[in-house]
Design a protein. Structure first.
Length: 195
């Protein structure tokens, strides 16, 4: 189901990809990290609506891979750089909520840990046994980012709603953290069965 949605999104981006034939995909990867940095800064200044717009720029993360595949420029370093910049972007997006004072650090830190573990387990598992896919689990990066985006929207719309001393963004972050932990457990069990 997710692959169908990704294919649908990629079909809309093909005109953009066609115009980028002469651009190095690694340059696109580096440029693709700018929206998350902008999101971080804008959220810290409490410019929430503009931050949401910057957040949508994370969708351009697909373009570097599409350009690399279409023009036969896929490299091991390109994959490494893309994965590394995804972790940098995850840091900016998740910690922005704590730096902005929206979500407490004791809620943000576990989500950051499980977000990193989700990616690390996949990478390490596929390195240990390349014939086995570790793209398993309840929530991948794209779903996590979508839920974080929704967390900010909820906070903007309902800033004064609290559930047992947690604001709505904190409740949403706790939910995403639980889903991410569950995914880490699923991937650990997958590794135990397949390695």
């Amino acid at each position: 189901m997710l692959s169908n949605k990704k294919s649908e999104v990629e079909s809309y981006l093909h005109p953009v990809v066609n115009r980028l034939a002469h651009v190095n995909p690694n340059t696109l990867t580096l440029l693709g990290s700018i929206p998350s940095l902008l999101f971080f800064v804008l959220l810290c200044y409490h410019w929430y609506i503009v931050a949401l717009i910057a957040f949508l720029g994370n969708g351009f993360d697909l373009i570097d891979g599409m350009v690399a595949r279409k023009y036969h420029r896929v490299t091991a370093f390109g994959g490494f750089l893309d994965s590394t910049m995804d972790r940098v972007s995850d840091f900016f997006i998740i910690t922005a909520f704590a730096f902005a004072g929206i979500v407490r650090w004791e809620i943000v830190a576990p989500l950051l840990l499980f977000a990193y573990l989700t990616s690390y387990i996949r990478s390490r598992g596929e390195l240990a046994k390349p014939s086995v896919s570790f793209a398993v689990g309840l929530i991948e990066r794209s779903e996590r980012l979508m839920l974080i985006f929704i967390s900010l929207v909820l906070y903007i719309v309902f800033p004064n709603i609290n559930f047992v001393e947690f604001n709505i963004a904190e409740v949403s972050f706790i939910f995403v953290t639980v889903l991410s932990l569950y995914t880490v457990i699923q991937r650990m069990l997958h590794a135990y069965k397949n390695l």
